[in-house]
Design a protein around this ligand. Structure first.
Ligand code: AVJ
Length: 315
């Protein structure tokens, strides 16, 4: 991990347009800040998707075309705390569906906590957590004889640029059988007046979330970023439907990263691209699905039409 981290940071800061991978936001402090983000009034994504799971779980079950007597597996990629998923698990369990829940997460700690809370709140639900990178576990369910439903919620796919998203979908496609489904949660393209505040909150939590990666580089790679000399600047382009977050250097400066034995030069006003948060509609999702055997079979949205959970079926 540390070797990849070091390599990725070096690569990103050496580029003409400096960039850092947002997947490294999530250390212990980053995880806690993301929980704060999900609870901010401006961050509509989490509550909108929760609204779908709470109020439309029956429609979800119907759209997934599940059979009560056929055992199936619900695999959740990047499960987190499972708040939304528990709504669906409870409904399936109450109605006597025959299934097991297999949450996949990088964090052993997150999985332990999720397992404990499921055992406590939904003691009759079978849970089989898998620790690891999404892609490493995908191969495991290729050989399964029972139907698979993959949950990839929370607009997590939004952090991929379109070519990475395509790559991800192709890999999923290759590992699924005909009839398997994906429940894909995405944020919908909408006006800037709604999207931008979600990434530029009044309390400055998202700013701390971004700056935390610089602190992480300071701590883990022995660097000397002064986080007071970087400003948080999110942008949103409504035509393309992409939000991007940047940190902007407020002065000319050199940053030394000792473990790399390198110095990086920043001009006043120079930006580091920190995160991409892509928003979707049917047309964009269809271009991502092109060339795969996955097709949109259904789509549920929250009452305010902010967020969508798509059901994709492998043909
Ligand atoms: C977890 C990728 C869905 O892009 O909206 C929240 C992460 N970044 N605020 C997003 C995030 C800043 C989030 N995702």
């Amino acid at each position: 991990m540390n070797e990849n981290f070091q390599k990725d940071i070096d690569f990103g800061l050496s580029a003409t347009n400096k960039t850092l991978p947002s997947k490294y936001f999530y250390d212990k402090i980053g995880d806690a800040l993301f929980v704060e983000i999900m609870n901010m009034p401006e961050y509509y994504l989490t509550s909108a998707e929760f609204d779908i799971f709470k109020n439309q779980h029956q429609q979800l079950i119907k759209a997934l075309k599940l059979e009560k007597n056929d055992f199936f597996e619900l695999v959740e990629l990047g499960a987190g705390d499972g708040t939304k998923t528990k709504q669906l698990l409870k409904a399936l369990d109450d109605q006597g569906y025959n299934f097991k829940y297999a949450p996949v997460d990088i964090s052993e700690n997150a999985l332990e906590q999720l397992k404990a809370s499921i055992n406590n709140e939904l003691p009759t639900v079978k849970i089989d957590p898998k620790q690891g990178d999404y892609f490493n576990v995908l191969g495991d369910f290729k050989t399964s004889s029972h139907p698979i439903v993959v949950l990839f919620l929370g607009s997590n796919i939004g952090n991929f640029n379109d070519s990475k998203a395509k790559e991800f979908i192709q890999k999923l496609d290759h590992n699924l059988k005909t009839g398997d489904k994906i429940l894909l949660g995405v944020d919908l393209i909408k006006p800037k007046s709604i999207v931008l505040p979600a990434y530029d909150d009044a309390q400055g939590i998202t700013k701390r979330f971004n700056l935390n990666l610089l602190t992480r580089i300071n701590n883990e790679l022995d660097a000397n970023f002064d986080i007071n000399t970087f400003e948080h600047k999110p942008e949103y382009n409504e035509e393309e439907g992409i939000a991007r977050s940047f940190l902007v250097s407020t002065k000319d400066q050199n940053i030394a990263i000792k473990s790399l034995d390198k110095t990086f030069t920043f001009k006043k006003g120079e930006k580091i691209h920190m995160e991409t948060s892509r928003k979707y509609n049917d047309q964009i999702l269809n271009t991502i699905l092109e060339g795969s055997f996955l097709k949109i079979s259904d789509r549920l949205t929250d009452s305010q039409h902010l967020f969508a959970d798509y059901i994709l079926e492998k043909h």
